[in-house]
Write a protein that binds this ligand. Structure first.
Ligand code: FE2
Length: 387
């Protein structure tokens, strides 16, 4: 996040002597910064040097393969029908990808017994159901259904699951952030932004662990998983400050922007990154012009693939979807409401829809693994005689 936060003990001046409370030496200063010392950064103070690596082992490549010849059709995947994952980091089911991002899904009640660091991407983990605690070097942060958990690149973390959880995960090559147009030049959310600082949750409970031993950190870099064996617990931080930390925004805190007539998708935007945007469709009142058509018009968004994940089974312009569905509408084909949905929406006063949209500016590819849960008839559901 672009704004400053501080937690735990830090010295008054950066890069100065900071003696350990037990008199045994100095705390270790650790700068975590993005974009070559010019992007958001934080300074962490550790009991031990973060460089104490015992060994690094190769695990396996994470290679995604898709077929461009099979990318021009409307798709619907029933993600909730996927098998349970053994690990929420190592066995995510890939759904769609391009060179800017990948989208995956996982459902499990198992917490990892190792730590995880995605060194190649920021992660947005949308909690479709379930709850737990995001544990990281920056402290603990409880999460619940509807949360977007934002974990910036190279933050070491573990999700401690309290119950069965379902996650839609976006891995972004670029820094994930609120759209620039929501903020003033000084980094504060504007009055017309659909969310603001009060809606963002930041780690507030630092759990300093100074245990020594062998601790496994799985690191993803250049589409390859490695196991880094550390000589101490990775959460040995006594204090930190700065603008680079994990944070959470819940979809229920998104204040919908409505109008007399249909509002375009940018009013639903939550986050931005190079190559894509994300949006939240939340329960809201419909358009209030007496002749308004609440359902969207047919449209060709000529530069965007549209991905929608449905966190409940209601969506005003779609039929045949259910909780856990994900649809992909590639550019090259116009899309719009299915037969009857436009007429049905006229006169409706409100909607309970809950969905996360990801619009990408490059075409998405579909890995073969996900086709087992594809609804192959979806592309024909716009035919007027498909009733
Ligand atoms: Fe669309």
């Amino acid at each position: 996040m672009p704004y400053y936060h501080s937690l735990g003990d830090i010295p008054h001046k950066r890069h100065t002597v900071f003696k350990q409370k037990n008199g045994k030496g100095f705390y270790q200063e650790h700068l975590v910064g993005s974009y070559g010392f010019s992007g958001p950064q934080s300074l962490l103070y550790r009991v031990y040097p973060p460089t104490e690596v015992i060994d690094i082992k190769k695990i396996r490549p994470v290679s995604l393969q898709g077929n461009p010849a099979d990318s021009l059709r409307m798709r619907h995947f029933r993600l909730a029908a996927l098998p349970d994952s053994e690990s929420q980091t190592l066995s995510r089911s890939p759904v769609l990808f391009n060179s800017d991002l990948s989208i995956s899904f996982c459902q499990t009640d198992k917490s990892d017994d190792f730590f995880y660091r995605n060194a190649q991407a920021d992660e947005m983990i949308f909690v479709s159901s379930g709850s737990g605690v995001l544990e990281s070097e920056y402290g603990n942060l409880p999460f619940r259904s509807g949360d977007h958990i934002i974990i910036h690149r190279s933050i070491t973390y573990r999700l401690n699951l309290k119950e069965y959880c379902q996650f839609l995960i976006v891995e972004s090559n670029d820094l994930l952030r609120p759209p620039d147009r929501y903020m003033n030049g000084d980094g504060q959310f504007l009055e017309n932004s659909p969310y603001c600082e009060r809606d963002i949750r930041i780690p507030s409970e630092l759990m300093t662990n100074d245990d020594r031993g062998e601790y496994r950190v799985v690191v993803k870099r250049d589409n390859f998983l490695h196991e880094v064996l550390m000589a101490h617990h990775p959460f040995d931080v006594v204090g930190w400050d700065g603008c680079y930390y994990p944070w959470i925004f819940n979809i229920e805190d998104f204040e919908p922007i409505t109008g007399r007539v249909h509002q375009p998708p940018p009013v639903h935007q939550t986050f931005a990154a190079a190559g894509f945007v994300t949006c939240a469709f939340v329960p809201r009142l419909f358009d209030y012009h007496p002749d308004a058509i609440p359902a969207p018009y047919n449209h060709s968004n000529v530069m965007s693939d549209e991905v929608l994940y449905y966190a409940n089974d209601e969506f005003m312009s779609r039929k045949g979807i259910e909780y856990g569905s994900l649809t992909h509408h590639p550019f090259g084909l116009p899309h719009g409401p299915q037969p009857g949905k436009m007429e049905q929406s006229i006169g409706a006063k409100s909607t309970n829809e809950l969905a996360v949209m990801i619009d990408t500016f490059k075409p998405l590819l579909v890995p073969a693994e996900i086709m087992d849960v594809e609804d192959k008839d979806y592309g024909k559901s716009w035919l007027l005689n498909d009733e």
